[in-house]
Design a protein around this ligand. Structure first.
Ligand code: NAX
Length: 452
C-alpha cells in the first residue's frame, strides 16, 4: 500500500476523514473525549486505532467472523487458551504501534493481522491437499513443511494425497516418503493417501499442488517438452474436473512450463472456476527480493510491491518500479540503472539455471517448495493489502491476451485474489511485458491441438 492508497482507504472506510494523519489526530481527541492531547504517544489510543484498522482491513474481517463463531463452539479451557493467544496478539500490536508511531503501519499491520487471524482460527475439518510428483525433489522439500503446519497454520488438520507415476521405482520412493511422514508423528496429519491414479489422488481435494512434470531431456525440443507436459496436465485437469470439489478446489501449478500447464489444466477442468487455478511465480519474486536486499544491504523482509510480470521463464520481467523498501519508494533510492538492466533483471531471470549449474544438474527444490508454501499461505489466509506475484488467467488486464496465464501483482482476501490495476507502465516496462506475453502466445500455439 502506498501512502496515497492508505489515505484513500481511510477516506473510504472512516467517513469524515480525508487522510490517515487527520484520522489519527482527530480520532485521538474524539476517543479521549477531548480530554487528552492529540499526541500519538498514548498507548490506549494507538491500540484503539490498531483495532479499528484491524477490523476494517480487507481480508481479515471474514476470518474474524469465523474466529468468533468457532470460539463459541470451544469449551471453557480451550477458550481460555485462545484468550491467552489473543492477548499476546494485542500486546504485539500495541508494542508495534509504540515502536513505530511515526511510520505508516497499515501495510505491516495488515500482513500481521491476516496471518495471525488465520493461524488462530481453529479448523475442525481437515484440509485435503493433493501433491503430484510426491517422490520428487520439490515434493520431498514440500510435504514435510505442509505437514508441520507452515502452509495452513498450526490449527488446521491435513490429509495428504500423494501422486506419482505408475512406475515401480517411483511408487517405491513415494512409499518411503509416506513412511517418513508417519515417523514424524505430525499432530496435524490425519491421513496419507499414496497412489498412481490421478482420479484417486484428486478425490475431494481442497487444494491440488501440481508439481510433477516431465523434465526436459537431452536433445529434446522445447515444443516436444510443451506437448509432453500438455498431455500430463490435460489428464490431470480432467481428473480434477471429475473428482475434485468444483468451485471449492484451488490449484497451483509448479511443474514447467508452469503458465501454459495451468492454462491446459483450466481448459480441461470447466467445473473449477479459472480464478481458482494459478501458476507459481512466487519463487521469482522471492529471488528478486533477495537480489535487492543484497544490493541495498537491507533486510529481505522490508521489501514489498516487487512484481513479476508474465511467464515463469527467462523472459519474465521482474519489476521494481512500484516497489518499496519499508516506506521508501525504490525509485527514490539510489539504484544504478545499469545494475538494474544488466545485473538485477538477468540475475532473476536466470537464477534457476545458475542453481542447476551450482547443484551439478539438480534444479531448485527447497526454494521452490518454500515459495509454494508462501503462495498457498497468502491465498488461504489473505494478505490485507500486500502484493504477491501469481500467474492467473488474464481477462485482458495490461493488454494481455485473454485466457493466457500471465503473472501479475495480486492482493489476496477471502480465499480469492484481485489483480492490482492501473499501475503506470513506462515504455521500458511495456517492452519487457510484451516480450514475455509473446512467449506465452507461442507456447499456447505449440499446444493448440490440446486446447480445443
Ligand atoms: P523431479 O524430477 O525431482 O520430480 C518430479 C517428480 O514428478 C518425479 O518423481 C516424477 O516421477 C513425478 N512425475 C512426473 N510426471 C508425473 C505425473 N504425470 N504425475 C505424477 N507425478 C509425476 O523434479 P522437481 O525438481 O521436483 O521439479 C518438479 C517440477 O517443478 C519441474 O517441472 C520443474 O521444472 C518445476 N519447477 C518449477 C518452478 C517454479 O517456480 N514454477 C521452480 C522449480 C522447478 O524448476
Amino acid at each position: 500500500m502506498t501512502p496515497e492508497q492508505v489515505d484513500a482507504f481511510v477516506s473510504k472506510t472512516a467517513p469524515g476523514y480525508e487522510n490517515y494523519s487527520q484520522f489519527i489526530k482527530e480520532k485521538i481527541s474524539d476517543q479521549m473525549g477531548g480530554k487528552l492531547s492529540p499526541s500519538a504517544s498514548d498507548l490506549e489510543t494507538r491500540y484503539y486505532i490498531a483495532r479499528k484498522l484491524l477490523e476494517s482491513l480487507g481480508g481479515s474481517t471474514g476470518q474474524m467472523r469465523s474466529y468468533d463463531s468457532n470460539y463459541k463452539k470451544l469449551n471453557a479451557k480451550q477458550q481460555a487458551a485462545l484468550d491467552e493467544i489473543m492477548k499476546k496478539r494485542e500486546e504485539i500490536i500495541v508494542e508495534f504501534y509504540n515502536k513505530n508511531k511515526n511510520v505508516d503501519l497499515s501495510p505491516i499491520l495488515g500482513r500481521l493481522t491476516a496471518a495471525m487471524e488465520c493461524d488462530l482460527t481453529p479448523q475442525n475439518e481437515p484440509v485435503r491437499v493433493a501433491i503430484t510428483g510426491g517422490a520428487g525433489q520439490i515434493g520431498y522439500a514440500l510435504i514435510f513443511r505442509i505437514a508441520s503446519g507452515a502452509m495452513f497454520g498450526p490449527h488446521t488438520p491435513i490429509i495428504l494425497h500423494l501422486l506419482e507415476i505408475p512406475d515401480e521405482k517411483a511408487m517405491k520412493a513415494l512409499k518411503g516418503v509416506a513412511m517418513e511422514l508417519e515417523d514424524c508423528a505430525f499432530p496435524l496429519v490425519r491421513g496419507i493417501v499414496t497412489t498412481d491414479s490421478p482420479e484417486k489422488a484428486f478425490e475431494g481435494v481442497d487444494w491440488a499442488l501440481l508439481v510433477g512434470a516431465k523434465p526436459r531431456t537431452n536433445n529434446m525440443e522445447r515444443a516436444d517438452l510443451l506437448k509432453a507436459n500438455a498431455a500430463i496436465f490435460s489428464t490431470q485437469g480432467q481428473a480434477l474436473n471429475k473428482v475434485g470439489r468444483g468451485k471449492h478446489t484451488r490449484v497451483v501449478v509448479v511443474g514447467n512450463p508452469a503458465n501454459t500447464n495451468a492454462m491446459i489444466t483450466s481448459v480441461n477442468a470447466p467445473r473449477i472456476p479459472p480464478e481458482n487455478i494459478a501458476a507459481m511465480t512466487r519463487l521469482d519474486q522471492n529471488r528478486a527480493a533477495y537480489q535487492l536486499a543484497a544490493y541495498l544491504k537491507a533486510d529481505v523482509k522490508d521489501f514489498h510491491n516487487i512484481v513479476i510480470w508474465g511467464n515463469h521463464s527467462a523472459t519474465q520481467f521482474p519489476d521494481i518500479a512500484h516497489g518499496y523498501l519499508k516506506d521508501k519508494h525504490l525509485t527514490d533510492l539510489v539504484i544504478d540503472n545499469k545494475w538494474l538492466t544488466n545485473t538485477f533483471i538477468p540475475n532473476v531471470q536466470k537464477r534457476g539455471a545458475e542453481v542447476i549449474k551450482a547443484k551439478e544438474g539438480k534444479s531448485s527444490a527447497a526454494s521452490a517448495a518454500s515459495a509454494l508454501v508462501d503462495t498457498v499461505r497468502d491465498w488461504y489466509c489473505g494478505t490485507s493489502g500486500k502484493w504477491s506475484s501469481l500467474a492467473v488467467a488474464s481477462k485482458g488486464e495490461y493488454g494481455v491476451t485473454k485466457g493466457l496465464f500471465y503473472s501479475y501483482p495480486v492482493i489476496h482476501s477471502n480465499k480469492s485474489w484481485d489483480i492490482v490495476k492501473d499501475l503506470p507502465i513506462d515504455s521500458f516496462a511495456a517492452e519487457k511485458m510484451e516480450a514475455t506475453h509473446k512467449e506465452l502466445l507461442q507456447e499456447r500455439d505449440a499446444v493448440a491441438s490440446l486446447l480445443k
